[in-house]
Design a protein around this ligand. Structure first.
Ligand code: DAH
Length: 334
């Protein structure tokens, strides 16, 4: 066989053998055999050196091409094998790593669930309403007409077509009165939005619980009993004291603010803390919803859930609840 044919068959054999190599050890044996100092290519290179000058001119490129073909076959195979090695190093049969951080229910959500549970036990329905509200439900149907100064205390974001981010969950009262007739027992829990200076007890976004009950012969005694039951159940203490102070809200008459005190509590919570607004639903509000105030009466209240959560856990800054800091929130994991 002349040298050209030998070179070509070395190339074909070598490339096929390399392609068939199963691992890097086999590949190394082949490398020594073909490209080693005493390997097959070296032997043919020596034979090439002995060829006469004009044969070298035709054989030279064939030798170069053979060398190149073998080298690149080795290089390609090497990288293919090391890629396969890497992939195999992921052992899918190993047990997964233990998850270090386990989520927990936000303290506000926990207290909200507790409030819902207590009200469901008293026969209330839990309902919902939109965050983006219409003027009529947030204001005018609640006895807060366009020019009423109470609107100043409820500054918020306004959108097109007179829509706004609701400033209180009382808006859901107006929605219900527009659609249903008494007897009504409802509770709403949801976010409300207001222009407010942020400090330890105020935030621009917070969670309100609005409750209302409309039926025959409902009086303030029902209101006080309902509030006492709820607050004591949620705070899990029978000794919580309540105090009513007369106050003004356009949608109730009479209206009250309720303060609570937990006797023996350290710091602020041992003092009277303002917790909610409430009252007997104003006849104008009932009339606006086509409910006859000569037949029906009822009470309503609006309560800040953040404040209730703070009382429940002895937290003294509202910002702690909404900052999203897991280190603090995890303390209340249940
Ligand atoms: N909506 C009032 C507020 O956000 C709270 C409130 C006060 C609700 C008295 C009521 C109520 O239902 O009777 O400031």
């Amino acid at each position: 066989m002349d040298l050209a044919a030998q070179l070509q068959s070395l190339r074909d054999q070598g490339v096929a053998a390399v392609a068939a190599a199963g691992d890097s050890d086999e590949l190394e044996v082949l490398r020594v055999e073909y490209l080693g100092r005493n390997g097959k290519l070296k032997a043919l290179s020596k034979a090439f050196a002995d060829e006469p000058g004009e044969r070298k001119r035709t054989l030279g490129p064939i030798l170069g091409e053979t060398t190149e073909a073998l080298r690149s076959a080795f290089a390609d195979k090497m990288s293919a094998l090391s890629r396969a090695d890497e992939e195999e190093s992921i052992d899918i049969t190993l047990p997964r790593q233990q998850q270090q951080v386990r989520g927990s229910i936000h303290p506000i959500t926990q207290v909200a669930a507790e409030v819902e549970r207590v009200f469901c036990g008293m026969g209330f329905d839990v309902i919902d309403g939109p965050h983006i509200e219409e003027d009529q439900f947030n204001f005018s149907l609640l006895n807060i007409p366009d020019d009423h100064p109470a609107r100043d205390a409820h500054d918020t974001f306004w959108m097109r077509h007179g829509r706004l981010l609701r400033t209180h969950t009382s808006a859901v009262q107006a929605r219900v009165y527009a659609q249903e007739q008494p007897p009504l027992r409802k509770v709403v829990i949801g976010k409300v939005f207001r222009y407010d200076e942020v400090d330890a007890t105020h935030d621009t976004t917070f969670t309100q619980v609005e409750g209302f009950l409309i039926d025959r012969d409902i009086h303030a005694g029902h209101l006080v009993a309902t509030l006492k039951t709820t607050i004591r159940a949620v705070l899990q203490r029978d000794d919580v004291e309540l105090r009513l102070r007369p106050s003004f809200f356009p949608f109730v008459e009479p209206g009250f603010e309720v303060d609570v005190r937990i006797p023996g509590s350290p710091g602020r919570f041992g003092q009277w803390v303002e917790l909610l607004g409430c009252g007997m639903v104003h006849p104008e509000v009932l009339r606006a919803g086509n409910i006859d105030p000569s037949i029906y009466s009822g009470f309503a209240f609006g309560l800040g859930l953040e404040r209730l959560t703070m009382l429940r856990h002895g937290i003294d800054d509202i910002r702690f609840l909404n900052a999203g800091d897991l280190r603090s929130l995890h303390q209340f994991a249940s």
